[in-house]
Design a protein around this ligand. Structure first.
Ligand code: AMP
Length: 281
């Protein structure tokens, strides 16, 4: 773990206390929203926020409205003690850990993610997932009112939709996109990797292998999307593929790979664990 400094961090669970505390500070605020079970991916976002802002706020909240029935909301990994230690070591100023009752009320106004972009790929597999994501991110933005908010390219479609929300709703916040952090074998870090057995982890490594093969094909001049997807499917043949797709960086359909404007996305199930990964071309 590479972190900046040790600070005296405040853990806040109450919205009013957080707002009152932030009001006394007249500084740039960098905000990193998470669902906890922190790993090096989250830490890289926190480190970037630390170097670019005077105050760093991290939130940990497992947001129920972005989980569909039957998904892992109930058993989502929770490591509050370790997470708060990590945040402290990384020089976080405020760790916001609200509970569900203060974040949601009865019969709420909801956010409707855009019809097209949020019902393809992740949104096709998890309909209404992005409504819940945008709902909670907007709530957190309104509470924290950050200067800069940090999101990982790992969740590329989420990142794109948050950028769209900021633009469509004229929110005065800069969205900073951060690189995907992988383990030494290349597997993109995810809180859900803890669900994987040793065998499943081996299988999961084919995800990054397929993305690397796709990149090599493109570097050799093959821009044919169907052709690249077929090669990737070969590599992923002993995994349940949910989707393999190549779209523009704004998640629109493209006729062929466009260098500096494409993302190759993969979603698979390894055993019971759903994993996503992507590479920006
Ligand atoms: P989560 O806790 O899964 O909601 O993730 C919180 C933030 O961390 C999101 O912006 C994710 O995109 C980002 N993130 C998760 N995994 C990674 C990773 N391996 N590399 C970079 N960012 C990540």
């Amino acid at each position: 773990m590479k972190c900046g400094r040790i600070s005296s961090m405040k853990i806040i669970k109450n919205i009013q206390e957080l707002k009152t505390h932030l009001k006394t500070l007249n500084n740039t605020i960098g905000f990193v929203p998470t669902m906890g079970a922190l790993h090096e991916g989250h830490i890289s976002l926190i480190n970037q926020a630390r170097t670019e802002n005077e105050i760093v706020v991290v939130s940990i909240f497992v947001n129920p409205t972005q989980f569909l029935a039957g998904e892992d909301f109930e058993k989502y990994p929770s490591k509050d003690l370790a997470d708060s230690k990590i945040c402290e070591l990384c020089g976080v100023d405020i760790l916001f850990m609200p509970n569900i009752n203060i974040m949601y009320g009865e019969d709420e106004i909801t956010i409707k993610a855009p019809n097209t972009k949020s019902y393809i790929l992740e949104g096709l597999m998890r309909p209404s997932h992005f409504d819940g994501v945008l709902q909670i991110v907007l709530k957190l933005f309104n509470i924290v009112q950050p200067t800069n908010a940090y999101f990982g390219k790992k969740d590329a479609q989420q990142l794109s939709l948050i950028q769209q929300m900021v633009s469509n709703l004229f929110l005065p916040i800069n969205i900073i996109q951060c690189e995907i952090i992988r383990d030494e074998d290349g597997l993109a870090l995810s809180s859900r990797n803890t669900y994987l057995s040793k065998d499943e982890k081996e299988k999961a490594l084919n995800i990054v292998k397929s993305l690397r093969v796709a990149t090599q094909l493109i570097m050799k001049g093959n821009l044919n999307i169907e052709n690249i997807k077929d090669e990737m499917k070969q590599i992923l043949q002993n995994i349940e593929i949910e989707y393999i797709e190549i779209v523009s960086r704004s998640f629109t359909k493209i006729e062929q790979v466009e260098i500096k404007n494409s993302i190759i996305l993969v979603a698979v199930k390894v055993g019971n664990t759903r994993l996503i990964d992507n590479i920006w071309i």
